[in-house]
Ligand binder design. Structure first.
Ligand code: FES
Ligand code: FES
Length: 227
């Protein structure tokens, strides 16, 4: 399983090199968002035949309903599975990245009831009854969300590996603070590491995202994603 993750992540990291074949980094970011949305609409409903029922009875699997990006997913999961594992490996929502898997880097940041959370430190079963938002949920059709757009405009990434987590952290910040100061942005982003050191541009992008959200009237009341 680890090797599969490694391979997939390696694939993600090597995609930007496709710029040599006519795909820019910016185009890659757009493609990443759009592709993931396509995956998100292929709902995964897991039947529970007799074998599943036996596993449930033995406590090896449990039924869970997860609300992700305003869609309900009925799943059978092992109680030990992290939300990160379920998003990526069970649902194909690979916009959420795997980094340290121990709550240190922020690559796996998603929103749970509008608050940034580490998906690697959250059990899937814990997330039942909440509203989960992933990077894919920030798109409006094929249009980038304001935070994604601001990151592109300010070139707020280099290798791009931390970028989905950074975007989700900014999104979470702006859902509670519509006009954060630089210090508030620094504090809000303090759980997200960037090994490339793109922090200066990330802060500019966060400020720009606040403006864009205001212009597009995308300020989100309660827990309703863009729609
Ligand atoms: S992968 Fe979750 S915090 Fe690093
Ligand atoms: S852009 Fe490379 S780790 Fe942040």
């Amino acid at each position: 399983m680890k090797n599969e993750k490694d391979n997939e992540d390696k694939k993600d990291e090597t995609e930007p090199d496709a710029s040599q074949h006519g795909i820019t980094r910016r185009g890659f970011l757009t493609t990443l968002g759009a592709g993931a949305v396509t995956l998100a609409v292929s709902d995964k409903l897991h039947a529970t035949p007799a074998a599943d029922a036996e596993m449930i009875a033995r406590g090896e699997m449990t039924k869970v309903v997860l609300n992700i990006n305003n869609r309900s997913y009925r799943l059978l999961v092992e109680p030990r599975w992290s939300l990160l594992y379920v998003l990526r490996e069970q649902l194909g929502l690979t916009g959420t990245k795997v980094g340290c898997e121990r709550g240190e880097c922020g690559s796996c940041t998603v929103l749970i009831d509008n608050a940034p959370r580490y998906a690697c430190m959250t059990l899937a079963v814990e997330a039942e009854g909440t509203k989960i938002t992933t990077l894919e949920g920030l798109m409006k059709g094929e249009e980038l969300g304001p935070v994604q757009q601001a990151f592109v405009e300010h070139d707020a990434f280099q290798c791009g590996y931390c970028t989905p987590g950074q975007i989700m952290a900014v999104e979470g910040l702006l859902r509670t603070n519509h006009d954060p100061s630089t210090e508030e942005i620094r504090y809000g982003m303090s759980g997200n590491l960037c090994r490339c050191g793109a922090y200066k541009h990330i802060i500019k992008a966060a400020k720009k995202a606040a403006e864009l959200k205001d212009q597009r009237k995308y300020i989100v009341p309660s827990s309703t994603p863009y729609s």
